[in-house]
Design a protein around this ligand. Structure first.
Ligand code: AKG
Ligand code: FE2
Length: 660
């Protein structure tokens, strides 16, 4: 393979040859070629990074010149989008110096996938094992396992390597660490590591991902001339290219927030980071600055404490670094919002397709005409969106409790399952518990049956309809009934984003359920509080079939339970295999904890007996079909929001529901 051959096609052919040698049992050759493919991939990465650095400085020079132009705003906007193309042209040139044009194309997605899932290391692991190079095999196995933590076979292999002679702990190295350093410290809470993570985050973000976008959205050489096509088509296609570049960049944050080997991103990465930074910052706050807001504080410290390093040693410089990072994020967000405005302009006027990956985009960035569909079903409180925006607007102080992912598919041993913590506050749990205590009439939502699942417990249910009626009758607080809505909506927004559902998600049914152990009837109890079942089909454990037919609620797509308390015995939710016997995971309820899972046959579940006390939870089911959304909920929300004095505009639902 000659040196002038495009890096990416070299990458492809070297890797394919390596895999072929592997399957042919030619181990030395396989090792050599696989290593070469990894090296090629890394040089491609380095080259892009270097070119990007060079071009970025060239780009900012061009942008500053643009500032001198006195033009109408329309022309100015067009110019801006032209300038955003420049780095791409520069990049093409820069990379062209080193490699031939084919090499500038984005790496084919298959190969991209292979490397992003670290598959080459899986092949390498076996290869080195066959070659009896155990230390290298251990490193390859570890590198693969980092990105594929649920790969049981590799877990076993690693155990075996550990027991082998000549292999030491140091051999289990992550060979891709350099490229993915930004993930390392997330699990560790030490400030230093966290700070270095933040630094890495922006480096990786601004380099590799944005560069990929610039390369990917370049016009092909044959598209470039204006001969034969009209100027307006030419301009239109340039605008579309600029928009796809911007759109691609918007997804960078999602990409960077996705751990190796995972499909879904850590949705709240930016808000979480800001929160950490503010905590770090508060720790470093001096008494006399206490009354200043965090951002002011940053300026205060940065610009008024010249000899910081002498006065307070490393702490103050950490503090400065925190300030620097906060400003980086704030800068990043404002830049991103500017780009979003252009993108939404494209969506509104040029029929451009763009799905905003961020939950925190403030409403006013979205043009009026698009807001309704953007909002989905006009949520009351999109928590995340508020979270980040409130951070920015309030000068950086985070007041809300952060939502964290407590358990994912791996920890829950299954598919489409998640446990989130911090979704409701203690106060909110308390309010709903009180609502349940006052209002839960025996059997509501259970067609009047007092003990539908077990004679050892009594069940009280409260449906939204009943809550609203009670509120109208003045028997419960209007605001408490409203809170039921808000919590449901909060869970919907969170799960919709966590599961990255491309279609809209509607609340189909909400049920506040309390299960109370009947005293004196718990001795020797063997049954469950809720037998194993699947939410949207009838499970037949003997045949492992699940029949999608009534009386199952077949239109339910996603289930969620928001737990409200933990002062009872038993009452754990558990998942099983389709045999309804083999327990695969268990979840202990607690205030603010949400368990979410797809309602289908991959998730049979039940609840263990509640043997003391009272367990209350808000069960929610979601549907993708608009037809099955909860009309009661919508109407009640409408009537309460129409009469509410919250100042929020009374919008779509009221219009919606008056029809019919
Ligand atoms: O309360 C729980 O934890 C689960 C309830 C449940 O599975 C259901 O109501 O379908
Ligand atoms: Fe269920």
């Amino acid at each position: 393979l000659s040196g002038t051959m495009a890096l990416h096609s070299r990458l492809f052919s070297v890797y394919v040859a390596g895999v072929r040698a592997y399957f042919g049992g030619e181990w030395s050759r396989a090792a050599e070629l696989l290593e070469k493919s990894i090296e090629t991939k890394q040089s491609l990465f380095r080259l892009r990074r270097q070119c990007h650095d060079d071009c970025l400085s060239a780009g900012s020079h061009a942008l500053s010149r643009l500032g001198e132009l006195r033009t109408g705003s329309g022309v100015r906007e067009t110019c801006t989008s032209w300038v955003t193309d420049r780095p791409a042209e520069c990049l093409r040139f820069c990379m062209g110096r080193s490699i031939t044009p084919a090499g500038q194309l984005p790496v084919s997605t298959d190969i991209e996938y292979e490397f992003s899932t670290r598959n080459p290391y899986n092949f390498l692991q076996v290869t080195y094992y066959k070659l009896e190079k155990l230390r290298k095999a251990a490193a390859a196995a570890h590198t693969y396992f980092v990105a594929n933590p649920s790969h049981l076979e590799m877990r076993n292999n690693i155990e075996k390597y550990r027991r082998m002679k000549g292999v030491t702990d140091e051999d289990f190295q992550d060979r891709e660490l350099e490229n993915e350093k930004h993930w390392v410290s997330v699990e560790q809470h030490e400030i230093q590591l966290f700070l270095s993570f933040m630094g890495e985050y922006f480096k990786v973000h601004s380099h590799s991902c944005r560069v990929q976008c610039e390369v990917a959205s370049q016009p092909m050489p044959e598209d470039r001339g204006t001969d034969g096509i009209s100027m307006s088509i030419f301009l239109y296609s340039r605008a579309a290219l600029s928009l796809s570049l911007l759109s691609c960049r918007q997804y960078c944050v999602t990409q960077v927030a996705t751990r190796p080997g995972r499909i879904s991103a850590q949705e709240d990465l930016l808000p979480t980071q800001l929160e950490h930074l503010h905590i770090a910052q508060f720790k470093g706050q001096t008494a006399e600055n206490n009354d200043k807001s965090s951002v002011d504080q940053c300026y205060f410290t940065t610009y008024t404490t010249p000899n910081y390093s002498e006065s307070n040693g490393s702490f103050v410089s950490d503090h400065l670094f925190v300030c620097f990072l906060i400003q980086e994020i704030v800068g990043y967000v404002s830049r991103s919002l500017e780009e979003k405005k252009l993108l939404y302009f494209g969506v509104e006027n040029l029929d451009f397709k763009f799905i905003d990956p961020d939950l925190w985009t403030p409403e006013d960035v979205v043009p009026e005409s698009l807001r309704e569909s953007w909002r989905g079903e006009c949520p009351f409180s999109p928590v995340h969106r508020l979270l980040l925006v409130s951070v920015l607007l309030s000068g950086g102080v985070i007041r809300q409790v952060g939502v964290t992912i407590a358990m994912d598919d791996d920890l829950l041993n299954g598919t489409n399952r998640v446990v989130l913590d911090g979704v409701a506050t203690e106060k909110e749990c308390e309010k709903i518990l009180q609502l349940a205590a006052v209002a839960a009439s025996v059997g509501d939502g259970y067609r009047g049956r007092r003990s539908p699942h077990t004679p050892h417990e009594t069940f009280e249910g409260l449906t939204v309809l009943r809550a609203v009626k009670l509120a109208q009758e003045g028997l419960v607080n209007q605001s408490d009934a409203q809170l039921l809505h808000e919590l449901g909506e909060r869970v919907r927004v969170l799960l919709h984003s966590y599961f990255r559902s491309p279609s809209a998600l509607f609340i189909s049914f909400t049920h506040l359920v309390c299960r109370t152990a009947v005293e004196g009837e718990q001795e020797g109890r063997l049954d469950l509080s809720h037998p194993v079942h699947v939410d949207n089909c009838l499970l037949e454990p003997e045949t492992k079939q699940c029949w999608k037919e009534p009386p199952a609620f077949i239109h339910r797509d996603l289930s969620a339970i928001l737990y409200l308390n933990d002062n009872f015995d038993g009452g754990e939710l558990f998942f099983t295999n389709r045999d309804a016997k083999t327990v695969t995971a268990q979840v202990k309820p607690g205030c603010g904890r949400v368990v979410g899972f797809s309602s289908g046959p991959v998730n049979p579940h039940g609840v263990t007996a509640v043997t003391r006390g009272r367990r209350c939870a808000l069960a929610l089911w979601f549907t993708k079909e608009k037809l099955y959304r909860d009309m009661v909920r919508i109407m009640s929300r409408c009537s309460s929001s129409c009469s509410s004095s919250s100042g929020r505009p009374v919008s779509c639902w009221c219009r919606d529901t008056r029809v019919g």
